[in-house]
Design a protein around this ligand. Structure first.
Ligand code: HEM
Length: 270
């Protein structure tokens, strides 16, 4: 009900009683950044899992992002720029998300009690959303800082050495579980919240969305763990040559096989 009285209008109190649009705007921004991050992660997982096709395939994808096939040389700062953009997206999303976190022990206990009492799957999913989001604060920042500062060390051998010889595999196991569960639940909640794919029967729609959510999550977890296993296998085989850069088979045939690095156009050196 709109309050309108001369007293209120007279001293400019009207604005405060009118419903602020900011919460809705912040919710929309949180949803939008969440959706963009989910789509980014789908792309990221396909690029990183190119190692399952072959080492040369992963090398080619890496060089593509470094501009090698456009500029004739690799510029790894391009990847660092993309990482910086992803970090900005994650920080915005996380800042907006903490508005919804239980902010004290009483709120947390009430929520947990409520969750157990009603035993409602969507409420439980929301708990796991908060839990995995909290975990990502810590897990993703380690990975992102390494990618931001060492984008020159991405490749079949370079990544495998990091995963195995630099002991990143335990972090990747936890990060993979957290990001795939968080992304899957997030997408499901976006679809429910914004009414995507709604059919005539709301319950049937919700059930279908939940099935789709679990199918996507399981697909990316299987792909992710197969990919991680591949990097671990290469890392174990390569530990004796730790730090050696990967040179694709077609360049290995050249007399002085050299790996393309920042600003050096190896094609011309033939
Ligand atoms: C532009 C930003 C990013 C870049 C350039 C990037 C790059 C990479 C690369 C090259 C790998 C292979 C392993 C390695 O070299 O250490 C990897 C693995 C991984 N990344 Fe990222 N990453 C980015 C952002 C993220 C984000 C935001 C997340 C999650 C919040 C994430 C989660 C993972 C996971 C879970 C793995 C292990 C994949 C597996 O083997 O299953 N990454 N990433």
């Amino acid at each position: 009900m709109e309050h309108s009285s001369p007293l209120i209008d007279g001293v400019g109190l009207a604005d405060r009683t009118r419903k602020s649009r900011w919460p809705a705007r912040l919710d929309l921004t949180q949803s939008a950044t969440g959706l963009v991050l989910v789509l980014f992660m789908w792309g990221h997982m396909f690029f990183v899992s190119s190692i399952l096709v072959s080492k040369d395939a992963m090398w080619t994808i890496t060089k593509l992002f470094e501009g090698y096939f456009f500029f004739g040389a690799s510029y790894t700062w391009i990847v660092s720029m993309v990482v910086a953009l992803v970090i900005a997206l994650i920080v915005t999303h996380a800042l907006l998300a903490v508005r919804k976190f239980p902010i004290n022990y009483y709120q947390f206990k009430t929520f947990r009690g409520h969750m157990r009492m009603i035993d409602h799957e969507d409420t439980t999913l929301w708990f796991w959303q908060v839990f995995t989001g909290f975990a990502l604060f810590f897990l993703a920042s380690v990975h992102l800082y390494i990618m931001l500062t060492r984008s020159d060390r991405i490749g079949p051998f370079e990544s495998a050495d990091r995963v195995w010889s630099e002991h990143l595999w335990p972090l990747y196991i936890l990060l993979l579980l957290a990001v795939e569960l968080h992304g899957g639940i997030g997408l499901y909640r976006l679809a429910v919240k914004w009414g995507w794919f709604t059919g005539n029967d709301a319950n049937a729609t919700r059930h279908r969305l939940k099935m789709l959510k679990w199918a996507i999550t399981v697909f990316f977890l299987v792909l992710g763990f197969a990919t991680l296993a591949a990097y671990i296998k290469i890392g174990i085989e390569h530990q004796g040559h730790y730090g050696e850069r990967y040179v694709p088979s077609r360049l290995q045939a050249l007399p002085q096989a050299v790996a393309p690095t920042d600003g050096i156009d190896t094609r011309k050196s033939v």
